[in-house]
Write a protein that binds this ligand. Structure first.
Ligand code: ATP
Length: 225
């Protein structure tokens, strides 16, 4: 899949949205997010941990632990913002509800971009009320390593990509929602699953995530069992 060359246009009003389980947060989340923040010159990226992810196994670490680790990871990075709205909501953490809640806070005209790895984008059709997502936000597809090369899009999503993809950042700024945009990010083949496995096997997960998060995991004995 061809990805347009990087541009240096500013999207300085645009809010990036990065949802995930963050069980735990790691450099595979943080580095691509930073590159998207800088390349698109976003105003901010809001990291939104899911209380109850609808499409996968439930997190091993509690919401409180995941929040604490995310706070440590985001602490020193301007533009990275912790957003705990899904943790404050009961029931499954549907992205469409989160987007509507963000719209209540920021209004209907503010451009939003939901940042997804290609693997996450390829599963979009299984999301709750997925057809409404692009009414509420743009989607930025950040190329994820290794898995990406194996991920094929369904004919429906490929058609959506063909219809809605824009190649110029300036086109994203003209509307608050509705477009798809691809960004190539540094490829870090890190997953939270692998980190949890290392911990369970009593192997070190150091250098896969920020030292502060590593130390938190050590202190709290997370992922040992
Ligand atoms: P797990 O291994 O438990 O499934 P994960 O490492 O994939 O977790 P999530 O919190 O589920 O992390 O991911 C949140 C978002 O971050 C998703 O959009 C996912 O595609 C993206 N992401 C996760 N790891 C990477 C990575 N190494 N590079 C780029 N994007 C990533």
């Amino acid at each position: 899949m061809a990805i347009p060359a990087a541009e240096q246009t500013r999207c300085n009003d645009m809010i990036g949205i990065f949802g995930g389980t963050f069980d735990p947060v790691h450099f595979g989340h943080l580095r691509p997010a930073l590159e998207v923040l800088e390349r698109m010159a976003l105003d901010q990226i809001r990291f939104i941990p899911a209380r109850q992810p609808p499409h996968r196994d439930q997190p091993l670490a509690s919401a409180e632990h995941r929040l604490a680790m995310l706070k440590l990871a985001l602490a020193d990075q301007p533009g990275f913002v912790m957003d705990d709205r899904e943790l404050r909501r009961s029931g499954p953490s549907y992205m469409i509800d989160t987007l509507h809640s963000l719209r209540e806070d920021y209004g209907v005209d503010r451009p939003f971009c939901l940042i997804l790895g290609l693997d996450a984008f390829s599963g979009l059709e299984s999301w709750h009320r997925w057809q409404e997502i692009l009414d509420a936000t743009h989607i930025v597809i950040a190329q994820r390593p290794l898995a990406d090369q194996r991920v094929g899009l369904s004919p429906g999503l490929q058609a959506l990509l063909d219809q809605r993809r824009v190649r110029q950042l300036s086109e994203l700024e003209t509307r608050p929602a509705g477009h798809l945009y691809q960004v190539e990010v540094t490829q870090l083949a890190i997953s939270a699953t692998a980190i949890r496995d290392y911990c369970r096997q009593d192997k070190s997960c150091r250098f896969l995530l920020p030292d502060t998060v590593y130390e938190y995991i050590q202190r709290s004995g997370l992922y040992k069992f």
